[in-house]
Ligand binder design. Structure first.
Ligand SMILES: O=P(O)(O)OC[C@H]1O[C@H](OP(=O)(O)OP(=O)(O)O)[C@H](O)[C@@H]1O
Ligand SMILES: O=c1cc[nH]c(=O)[nH]1
Ligand SMILES: [Mg+2]
Length: 209
């Protein structure tokens, strides 16, 4: 696995704003979507281009470049991944969306799957899994396994904040998966929350606390 910590100043600035205690639901949501756009921009950096001739504004032919038939499915992990979805679709408007529902058991920290709906032809698509938080890595591990079991061979992950513990787990289990993050934080606390982290991203995006 390679981990790409995106060190662009805009990403660092925005993730810093998200750490503020008492941030509003509106602001947290906006920043989640904005960073998701910037992470997807990075994650698509190697997409192949092809040349095409079109008619330009003055009636003359002009050579342009366009992305060469890359099929993408974006895979939000419910709930919190939904907060990143519009930001990613702003960058990749033609992407199909597959959805997985997972909830972490607060005591065991194990991920429980309650929903999955994948688009067709996963073997031909690049999957971009989106979830703001990569903590123990249990939710992400389960999602990657589901995608692989459904034929997907190319998987990338976009997360706002990752813990070293979760990155190590994914690296060991899925060495071919690339992870793009806005920040790699220090560690997990005893309850499995990332420090310094963002707190409970799902609750902050949905306003449930
Ligand atoms: O790496 P892990 O230890 O699995 O933890 C990370 C997961 O926990 C959070 O979701 P949560 O289960 O709280 O669900 P929610 O999005 O519905 O709030 C988060 O959005 C990740 O999916
Ligand atoms: O820090 C964490 C860990 C898991 N889920 C969250 O929302 N935040
Ligand atoms: Mg949550």
């Amino acid at each position: 696995m390679s981990v790409h910590e995106v060190n662009h100043p805009m990403v660092k600035h925005k993730i810093g704003l998200m750490r503020e205690a008492g941030i509003s639901t509106k602001k947290f949501r906006e920043l989640t979507a904005e960073i998701a756009s910037l992470l997807s921009y990075e994650a698509c950096r190697d997409f192949p281009l092809e040349g095409k001739t079109i008619e330009g504004w003055d009636g003359n032919p002009v050579q342009i470049q366009q992305i060469k038939g890359k099929k993408v499915t974006v895979v939000p992990i419910l709930r919190a991944g939904i907060g990143m979805l519009n930001g990613v679709l702003d960058m990749i408007p033609n992407a199909k969306v597959s959805v997985v529902g997972l909830a972490r058991n607060e005591e065991t920290l194990e991920a429980h799957t309650y929903y999955e709906k994948f688009v067709g032809r996963l073997d031909e698509r690049l999957a971009l899994i989106i979830d703001p938080m990569l903590a123990t890595g249990g939710s992400l591990d389960a999602t990657i396994v589901m995608l692989k079991n459904n034929g997907c061979r190319q998987i990338r992950v976009l997360s706002l904040v990752a813990a070293p513990e979760g990155l190590a787990r994914i690296s060991a289990a899925h060495p071919e998966v690339d992870v793009y993050v806005a920040a790699i934080d220090e560690r997990l606390n005893q309850s499995g929350y990332i420090l310094p982290g963002l707190g409970d991203a799902g609750d902050k995006i949905f306003g449930t606390k």
